[in-house]
Ligand binder design. Sequence first.
Ligand code: ADP
Length: 421
Amino acid sequence: MPSEKLLSQVLKEFAQTLLTDVPSQAILDGLVERIVEVLPITSAGVTLIVPGGDPEYIAASDPAALRYERLQTLLREGPCLTAYESGDAVAVPDLRLETRFPTFCARALAAGLRAVFTFPLHNGNERFGALDLYRETPGALSDDAVDAAKTLADVTSVYLVNARTRHEMQELASAQSDFVSKISHELRSPLTGVLGYAELLIDGAPGMQNKEQLRMLGVVERNSRQLLALIEDLLTMSRIDADEDDLKIGTVDLRDVIAHVQDTTAPAIAKAELDLIIDLGPDVRLEGDQEQLERAVLNLVSNAVKFTLPGGQIEVRTRTTGDDIAISVRDTGSGIPIAEQNKLFTRFFRGRQAKQRQVQGTGLGLYIVNHIVQSHRGVMQVTSSPKGSTFTMVLPIHGPSAGIPDARDIREPVPAGSPSR
Ligand code: ADP
C-alpha cells in the first residue's frame, strides 16, 4: 500500500511545478520517478496518443520503462493503446495469462516484464494518452494502490494540459512579436522617406512654399516623427521579447550622454517654456552601452517635458554612491497618482493625466527605460508628489558583468515612497 504521506508529498511537489517554468521534460521525468517510489511497481512511463497519429512515449522512469514504452508504441499494441481507446484502466497482473496483446506480451516477457497497469490520461472527454506502471513480478495492485495510481494519472493529465496551453500561448506571443517586428521594419523605410522629403521641402529655397504650405509640411513632419518614434519603440519591444537586445559595453562619459539629450530635447524644452538644469557630480564615467543609456535618459527627459507646465523646471543630476552612479531626472510637473505608481514600468501603461490631456505616447517609454537599466544590472527608483516627480537610474559604475549578478538579476523597480536601497 502506498504511503499516504509520500503520496501527498508527491502531489504537493507536483502542484508547485504547475507554477514554475522548469522545462516540462524535467518535470515529467521527475514525476514518473516519484510515482515509482510511491507505488509498488518497478518502473513507469507516459505515452501520448492523438487520434490518427503515431503514439509517442514522452517519459520513462528508467531504461527498462523506456524499452516497454518503445515496444508498445512501435508495435501499436499493448495496454497503453487499449486504455486510450476504451477510456478505462487496464490491469494485466500476469503477462503470461494475457491474451489481448500477444505480440507485446511475448516480447515484454522476454525482456523481463511480468505485470502492467495502465491508466488513461484525459482532459474531460478528450483522451490523449496513458500512464503505464510496470512490474517485474506478477500480481494485482491493491485497491489503495489503484486509487493512488488514478490520482497520479489525473495530476499527470492536468500537468500535460497546462503545459500544452502554456506552449500554445508562448507560440502565439512569439508569432505576434514576429509580426510586430516585420510590420515595423516595413513601415520604417517609407516613413523615413516621407520625413526626409518633408524636411527637404521645409528647408527648400526661400519662397518655394507659401505660409500655408509650410504649415501643412510642418504637420507632415511632426506626425512622421511621432510615427517613427512609435515604430522604434515597437521594434525595441519585439527585440526585448526575442531576447535580441544585446548591450555594446564600453566606457561611457555621462557628459556626452547628457549633451546628446540636451541637443535632442532643446526645441521641445524651448517650446514648452521650461528650464533645463544640468548638475553633474565629480564622477561621470561608467561601463555601459552609450546608445542605450542615451535612449533611457532621453525617454525620462521627454516625459518630464510632456508632463510639466510652462514655467516649470527639469533637472538632470548625477551622483556617485559607492560602486553605483545615479542619474536622476526631476521635474516640477503635477506628479503621478499613488495608484498609478506601481504600473509605470508595465508595457503600454498610460496614466490618467496622459489620456485626459491627450499627451502623445505609447506607454512603452518607461518599460524600455526599465529594461535598459535592468540589463545594465541597475535599478530604477521613482518618487513623486503633486509638486513633481523624480526618476532615478541607479547603475553599477563597473558595468553589468561586475559585482554580484545573481542578486542584481532580481532587482525590481522601486516605486515612490519606498525606501531606497
Ligand atoms: P509614454 O511613451 O506614453 O510616455 P511611458 O512609459 O514613458 O509612456 O510613461 C507611462 C506613463 O507614466 C505616462 O502615460 C504618464 O502617465 C506617466 N509618467 C511618466 N513620466 C511622468 C512624469 N515625469 N510625470 C508625470 N507622469 C509621468
